[in-house]
Design a protein around this ligand. Structure first.
Ligand code: CP3
Length: 348
């Protein structure tokens, strides 16, 4: 059962809870020795994501250490293309590698039906984590997630990360009909994938659009805002009224205002470059803001971390606000710096 007094759910419903609830993007990961241990045991990264017992364990590791207000499902945005049948592997030191889809044949061969069946082990992870939260961390909520169609399409077309997704951006201009077909398939598959997570016990959904900021305004509206709005409409048809959805169009800049208006999300993630005072002044007062401490400040620690965290708290005091980073934790982060940050935020 949902516990209505979970701080992050109250915040997402538009209330200003203080001290603010907090969690950190990539809170389960290589900066934690206990993660590295399980990761070594699992073999490769996809094996970890599809092993419900181990994936549930690493999802909960950061909550045990830090008592965060949310657990985020341990998986990856690229598990949707994987479930659509696109060959994927994570090469050590290289990040994700996919067999690129750039023509009608490869895009047409992607499977949309059956995604929920292939993602069954991930839904099983969600169910296990939720059952454990209900017993061990009753004030923490479970966040399910997916990549937004644009960002996932970037990886699918390019076949890899690490650059500026030139192939994906060119395909969106040169053959918008074909690129639109890929975006529609992804929207369909992602809706099924997210609804499966909610059915299994996710209490919040987050849409990661890490590469939204690569696009100029007209392209941003067409490939970021419209597909996200369509995805949210699709979800809302089948979710309880007001089900909390967080959108994170990274590096959107001032287009964040239009994104928030037109997608109908309850909260937006602020990236590291966004001025929180600008966001507070330009976004509706009941929209929850999440972010946006620089992950590198967390690596540095000390007085610089303290000053940045205090400035962020001061900028967003009085708003519905979820303390987080502006992008994911990086592997060199000392776990004791995270502990120091938690103490600081908890004392408001
Ligand atoms: O703790 C959490 O936040 C939940 C798990 C999570 C992962 N990836 C685990 C992961 C989440 C929410 C993601 C999202 C994700 N994955 C994004 C969007 C957010 C962002 O960072 O911009 C993107 C773009 C990806 C794609 C991806 N996955 C890349 C580019 C890489 C390689 C980079 C890296 O850090 O190695 C991954 C791998 C990945 N996903 C790892 C983890 C913990 C590291 C893999 C490992 O343990 O070997």
């Amino acid at each position: 059962m949902d516990t209505p007094d979970k701080p992050i759910l109250r915040t997402l419903a538009g209330e200003s809870v203080w001290p603010p609830p907090m969690w950190l993007m990539r809170q389960a990961g290589r900066y934690l020795p206990e993660y590295r241990e399980v990761r070594a045991q699992a073999g490769d990264f996809i094996a970890l994501c599809t092993n419900p017992e181990l994936a549930a364990e690493v999802t909960l590791q950061p909550l045990r250490r830090y008592g965060f207000d949310a657990a985020i499902l341990f998986s990856d945005i690229l598990m949707v293309p994987w479930a659509m049948g696109q060959p994927l592997r994570f090469a050590e030191g290289e990040g994700p590698l996919l067999e690129p889809v750039r023509d009608a044949a490869s895009i047409g061969a992607l499977r949309v039906t059956g995604v929920a069946e292939r993602a069954a082990p991930i839904f099983e992870t969600v169910a296990r984590v939720r059952a454990l939260l209900d017993v061990q961390h009753q004030r923490s909520a479970l966040i399910g997630f997916a990549g937004s169609p644009w960002t996932v399409a970037c990886y699918m077309v390019e076949g890899r990360g690490g650059g500026e997704f030139a192939q994906a951006r060119r395909l969106a201009y040169s053959d918008p009909a074909l690129f639109g077909r890929l975006i529609r398939s992804l929207t369909d598959a992602t809706a099924e994938y997210l609804l499966g997570q909610v059915e299994a016990g996710a209490e919040v959904l987050m849409l990661f659009d890490s590469w939204a900021g690569l696009l100029p305004p007209a392209q941003f509206r067409r490939w970021v805002i419209e597909p996200t709005a369509e995805l949210v409409r699709r979800l809302r048809k089948r979710l309880p009224a007001g089900f909390p959805i967080i959108g994170f169009p990274r590096l959107a800049g001032p287009l964040l205002v239009e994104y928030a208006q037109r997608t109908g999300v309850q909260a937006v993630g602020l990236d590291t470059a966004m001025d929180p005072r600008w966001a507070a002044a330009n976004l509706p007062p009941n929209l929850a803001l999440q972010g946006n401490l620089d992950p590198q400040a967390l690596v540095s620690g000390g007085p610089a971390l303290e000053a940045e965290a205090r400035a962020l708290l001061a900028a967003l005091r009085g708003r519905p606000f979820i303390f987080n980073l502006g992008h994911g934790i990086v592997p060199p982060t000392p776990p004791e710096h995270v502990a120091a940050l938690v103490r600081l935020v908890r004392t408001g």
